[in-house]
Design a protein around this ligand. Sequence first.
Ligand code: SF4
Length: 552
Amino acid sequence: MAASPESPTPAAATRRKAGRHRGEGQWAAGHRTPLNGNEQFKKDDDGLNVRTRIETVYAQRGFDSIDPNDLRGRMRWWGLYTQRREGLDGTKTGVLAPEELDAEYFMLRVRIDGGRLTTAQLRVIGEVSEEFARGTADLTDRQNVQFHWIRIEDVPEIWRRLEAVGLSTTEACGDTPRTILGSPVAGIAADEIVDGTPAVEEIQRRIVGNKEFSNLPRKFKTAVSGSPLLDVAHEINDVAFVGVHHPEHGPGFDVWVGGGLSTNPKLGVRLGTWVPLEEVADVHEGVLSVFRDYGYRRLRNRARLKFLVADWGPEKFRRVLETEYLKRELTDGPAPEQPAGVWRDHVGVHAQRDGRFYVGFAPRVGRVDGATLTKIAELAEAHGSGRVRTTAEQKMIVLDVTEERVDSLVSALESLDLRVTPSPFRRGTMACTGIEFCKLAIVETKGRGSALIDELERRLPEFDEPLTINVNGCPNACARIQVADIGLKGQLVLDDDGNRVEGYQVHLGGALGLEAGFGRKVRGLKVTSAELPDYIERLLKRFQAEREDGER
Ligand code: SF4
């Protein structure tokens, strides 16, 4: 069961109307004067230009030489974020000034469009992790890899190594077109409606690093999947292309716009159009252009495309897209069908359409390390053809395994604690970066998520139902708190003795898929980290005892 997002109060609606009257900073309305600090630094210099300064100045002279507008602004255009200084607990978040929270180290995000990797690329990621990132290499829920502990001095060499094998960090963060999610089994799955790979590649070629699109109002997330499993969380992307069969025109894509979570979550809406594979990049560029030109640039927390889509509605959005950008009408089309299964992560052993198999596996809450990634590359070469994929659920897949090699690969992965047949708790638990590295975090996430998996496996060994538990370190929704069965939003809570300790606000009953909706915030239900296993055990036992037929 899922609740709708709340409607604004009359007072909030009046304030918003008054704000709009003053202008939302839309370029299409002639507003070119920056209305906040971020718009100002973007106008002063394109974020992409910071690369030259990193290579020629900052990497030579060190952290203290970095201009603050580059440090906390433009460096994101190259995937670099300062990480949280060690030893600062959640009481310091939002209290200390940004420079007091900053460590002299960076998170560096590698974009992996479509989740497609060769083992040569995976080996380089492993090598960079080991040499420059103290072994860190987290899998994100946008198919990327994130390093931590990166020194500015090492960044040019890291880029050289990544780019030598065709990887990049370009626009992995910042107000840019972010990594393009793609079905991790594109081109190989037996049940595929349409292979979106050419569209992902064409969007990447046109958009990434293109200064026409490097100053957006906010980040812009894209997803493309022709899988009937709906495996790229299309409902929570700014634009998504989802595989459908048109009764007259055949396979193509249904277009969704305006999804996004964070503190004001909205699910994407359908434009009601059918787009053939070869036109996906055109439509994508049109939607991106609408966002660049009409997107709100006054307030950062109202700048994502979802706010424009909510104000316009899908009909007006489609009309503007068609008349002002595409200069033609789009074809009407059907909605995607309900997927057969609940899991969308491709974990397990599955037949490819060429007779070989792909093997999906679950690390713990996306946490792997450089040494493990190198071993995965070795296993993929020994058992497959050297192709690996990352998923939008913090999982990985080895492709092209012949039937006689499957068992050997499965046992080798399991021996690395990479589960091919995981418990629902291992499979369904995701966690964001959390207080270990994130400056916005209030609580720890990865370690808590991992310990929670162990506890639930021990306490509920018979539990065998699809279940998602998403652990977030703050009210932002990097690990999709609102669309999990059990969403945990990190905050400080009071324990029985009245002490402020790490804990979570609980959201229940969120979902993705065609029954997508946001979980209900259980009013007043906050659990401390220490109480978390007890709470979830009670909840799941009660759910099993009282559920109705077919109820998730
Ligand atoms: Fe950081 Fe919050 Fe995002 Fe977690 S949800 S990674 S704590 S900003």
